[in-house]
Design a protein around this ligand. Structure first.
Ligand code: NAP
Length: 338
């Protein structure tokens, strides 16, 4: 395994410089079944050695547990890492099992203080609105986020799951470094409006779930049969019942391209996302999630793969054939608002 570092790229006009692949840390505390804290910590250290500098968390991941888990790593490497966290999914005191989207100023101010405390740092490098509450004008939300920049609590701003119009309105209030949305061989909705708007405005794209939550890497086929009872993916329409079987068949071209390059399915899925930077002419920094040292090595190695036009043509028809929606409840996504 080579120790050569992945290249760096600027995250939007005026944004921080980061390794061209980041690390999604959600699964280390939340959503994807049992975790091994020691292996997760080793993965974080190995990622840094390999040039990964953008680390992605959110206050909602394990109700603050993920931020707390990452804190010692961030503090040990404060000048080498770019810490990205998010607000917006509030936990109502009367029902801790649900989430309510909040984008109002008092909530944002309270959330940033809580994240700074859990992370135990003075400043958050990249602060995202995780989800959009359409009842609060985006200008008001980004205005409140911009106050945090002026106060030195946050360095750069990001938005997750926004529409192109919301991004344009936000950029009118304060520069946005990055939009974080789902983008993979299976999920390409953002290419119609959000990606062109981001390119026009000088905003980077941070694709989340670039491995289709593990499905594109062939880690599992049917979530109900293959994953543990506490795994959030068991509720995802794409990964259960007949949809899972139909979607597994769509991996055939990915397998073919992987065999031709002598690499894994997951590496082709990541190389495809990375290739979108060249296809669309904007910075693209995917944040695949892993808790395993061998997988961070495999995933970062994918930044060195270049797919040919023939490879891209083979992979092109996949997304249009995917069965099932991205989420069980699509009101949490931006696509329906375009
Ligand atoms: N903004 C949002 O709304 C939003 C939503 C979802 C996620 N996110 C962020 O995006 C990050 C990434 O998304 P994600 O974790 O949902 O999905 P993902 O990156 O597409 O896939 C993660 C899954 O793939 C497995 N995996 C990783 N590398 C692999 C490899 N080389 N071979 C086989 N399996 C591999 C992981 O297992 P192991 O961990 O066991 O290796 C995990 O189960 C999250 O961690 C989170 O920070 C943001």
């Amino acid at each position: 395994m080579t120790d050569s570092k992945i290249p760096a790229v600027q995250l939007g006009d005026g944004g921080p410089e980061v390794g061209v692949q980041g690390l999604g840390c959600m699964g280390m505390s939340f959503a994807y079944g049992p975790t091994d804290a020691g292996e997760s910590r080793a993965t974080l250290e190995r990622a840094l050695e390999l040039g990964v500098t953008l680390y992605d968390t959110a206050d909602a991941y394990g109700a603050g547990e993920n931020e707390k888990f990452l804190s010692p790593f961030f503090k040990a490497h404060r000048d080498e890492v770019v810490i990205a966290t998010k607000f917006a999914l509030s936990i109502p005191p009367d029902d801790p099992t649900t989430r309510v989207i909040r984008n109002d100023r008092p909530y944002i101010r309270q959330s940033v203080e809580a994240s700074l405390k859990r992370l135990d740092v003075d400043v958050i490098d990249l602060y995202y609105m995780h989800r959009r509450d359409v009842n609060v004008p985006i200008e008001e939300t980004v205005g409140a986020m911009a106050e945090l920049v002026r106060e030195g609590k946050v360095k750069h701003l990001g938005l997750s799951e926004v529409t192109a119009d919301e991004l344009r309105a936000a950029q009118g209030v304060h520069p946005i470094a990055a939009v974080q949305s789902e983008w993979s061989l299976f999920s390409r909705d953002i290419e119609a409006y959000v990606v062109p708007a981001a390119r026009e405005l000088g905003v980077a794209l941070v694709p989340y779930s670039p491995l289709g939550r593990g499905f594109l890497a062939g880690t599992f086929v049917n979530a109900e049969k293959d994953l543990t009872s506490d795994d959030f993916r068991r509720t995802h329409p794409r990964f259960t019942g007949d949809n899972a079987t139909a979607n597994a068949a769509l991996l055939e071209p990915v397998r073919k391209v992987a065999e031709a390059h002598g690499v894994s399915l997951g590496q082709i899925a990541l190389a495809w996302v990375q290739q979108q930077a060249r296809m669309h002419g904007l910075p693209v920094v995917p944040i695949p999630g892993t808790r395993k040292v061998t997988r961070i090595e495999e995933n970062t190695a994918a930044t060195r793969i270049t797919l040919s036009p023939q490879d891209m043509a083979l992979l092109e028809p996949i997304a249009a054939q995917v069965a099932g929606t991205r989420y069980p409840d699509m009101s949490f996504a931006s696509a329906g608002r375009e």
